[in-house]
Design a protein around this ligand. Structure first.
Ligand SMILES: Cc1cc2nc3c(=O)[nH]c(=O)nc-3n(C[C@H](O)[C@H](O)[C@H](O)COP(=O)(O)OP(=O)(O)OC[C@H]3O[C@@H](n4cnc5c(N)ncnc54)[C@H](O)[C@@H]3O)c2cc1C
Length: 445
């Protein structure tokens, strides 16, 4: 059997869902192919369960940080029941029905390219004038002696957990490793966090790395930097991660070192396009070839749901003949640990490498504004700004503070809209809020 579509979308994560929804609404005959669950990694095994579980752990830690409030009890059954509700009990039938009712034809099964304009899903051969590849990314399992035999967790196991392991060794000190390390630690595991680089969150400012390292080690997580993992082995019911200079004994090993594009089973060569280790290369309209677009993690541009959905909107605009051009200069990057990390725009190091002359400032929130004191009795929080020296504009900003993922958008808008610093100085934030810190930092410059 062969069906003809205006567009075939492979992958129903945030990227593919956004494309299918928009193009169907615009009147296109749309096919959406998904081999696992409609909603993708984000909805079932990544953003949603991690932020849901982190919030339960965060409330418990934050309560005693306010005056006269004790740590609340924890009911593990209710926590996992709410997590299961949030991940739809790993059942996407309502989503599939919803799409079908809206006119999107959903095909469940792994898609592979049959040739230009042809996609095979099991026995079905779909034909489409346009193809959008939105197959996302998966955990890269590092080549460590014994790891495969010893067994390990990925984000999927950690975020669907039913019982909290007594101890966990988390491999990888990036955003995923940090969030999961703090979560498991706060749920009661004894956690080791192993990072091969010299600092956590290596993409961010060194000061951010230091603050997060202090925060995590302050709550009892053992952090191993510059770590060389020699091997992993099973030993008497436990696992042992052998580092160059220490052995870490643990119940579970959690791999969060990096992610890779999901392209292996697609047969992309039949379209004459390839993918590097980072992903499918796309232009600023998310085009990967003639009549072919790629969006989301599979492009390796920035592995976030908001970027996946942004690229999807850009690709749809292009498909519909509208102006389209992706601009990544003001994309926020948040880590939902506690305190949160959020950043946008250039870091000092990126500016230096690009030969951009910058000025920087950094302020401690407890010394500058009132909100941290109304929020908690021992206030935390630091804000840093990077500004161009040759023009009165913000180039970058970073925060390590409560609610940072919310108030980073002030800086994101300033960078995106190129708001002059004197306009920012003349813009009045609500008192008492964390956002007031931007005004104080601008005054410091
Ligand atoms: C633990 C964790 C926490 C995260 N938290 C956040 C967060 O808080 N905020 C944030 O912005 N980002 C977060 N991310 C990143 C976010 O999950 C991804 O950026 C997002 O899921 C990318 O969406 P996508 O649509 O590109 O890919 P995916 O969500 O991976 O969806 C791709 C879909 O394609 C399907 N597919 C793959 N191959 C085929 C095939 N051959 N045929 C048919 N279907 C196929 C897959 O089954 C999948 O459903 C997190 C990631 C992890 C691992």
């Amino acid at each position: 059997m062969s069906d003809l579509f205006d567009v075939i979308v492979i992958g129903a994560g945030p990227a593919g869902e956004t494309v299918a929804t928009r193009l169907c609404k615009a009147g296109m005959r749309t096919a959406l192919v998904e081999r696992e669950l409609v909603g993708g990694e984000c909805a079932y095994w990544a953003c949603i369960p991690s932020k849901t579980l982190l919030r339960c752990a965060e409330v418990r830690e934050q309560a005693p940080r306010t005056a006269g409030t004790a740590r609340p009890d924890r009911n593990w059954e209710q926590i996992t029941a709410y997590r299961d509700f949030m991940i739809r009990e790993l059942d996407d039938s309502d989503e599939v029905d919803g799409y079908r009712k809206r006119g999107v034809q959903v095909f469940k099964g792994p898609a592979s390219i049959d040739g230009p304009g042809r996609v095979r899903v099991g026995v079905e051969l779909l034909r489409g004038e346009r193809l959008v590849i939105a197959t996302g990314s998966q955990t890269t399992v590092p080549d460590i002696a014994g790891l495969e035999q010893a067994g390990y967790w990925t984000n999927r196991d950690a975020l669907t957990l039913r019982e909290v392991p007594a101890s966990v060794c988390v491999l990888g000190g990036g955003p995923v490793g940090i969030e999961l390390a703090q979560l498991l630690n706060r749920l009661g595991s004894d956690v080791h966090l192993v990072e091969q680089g010299s600092r956590l969150l290596g993409r961010e400012e060194p000061e951010v790395s230091r603050l997060i390292r202090d925060a995590l080690s302050g709550e009892g997580i053992s952090i191993h930097l510059d770590a060389e993992i020699v091997s992993v082995r099973r030993d008497d019911g436990h696992r042992v991660v052998q580092l160059r200079d220490a052995d870490v004994e643990c119940e579970q090993v959690l791999v969060a070192t990096s992610r890779e594009p999901r392209v292996a089973d697609l047969a992309l060569d039949r379209l004459g396009i390839g993918a590097s280790r980072d992903g499918i290369e796309v232009d600023d309209r998310c085009r990967a070839g003639t009549g072919i677009w790629a969006v989301g993690d599979v492009t390796g541009v920035m592995p976030f749901t908001h970027v996946a959905e942004y690229q999807a909107r850009v690709a749809c605009a292009d498909i519909l003949g509208e102006d389209a051009s992706a601009d990544y200069t003001a994309i926020p990057r948040a880590v939902f640990c506690d305190p949160e990390v959020a950043a946008v725009g250039l870091t000092k190091e990126e500016a230096r490498r690009a030969g951009i002359d910058i000025a920087t400032t950094q302020i401690e929130l407890r010394d500058a504004i009132a909100r941290p004191w109304t929020f908690e009795t021992d206030p935390r929080g630091t804000l840093g700004l990077v500004v161009y020296r040759d023009r009165p504009l913000l180039a970058g900003a970073w925060l390590v503070a409560p609610l940072a993922s919310e108030w980073i958008h002030y800086a994101a808008l300033a960078i995106k809209a190129k708001i002059p610093l004197n306009v920012l100085r003349d813009t009045v934030p609500q008192f008492p809020t964390y956002t007031e810190a931007f005004l104080k930092a601008l005054d410091e410059l």
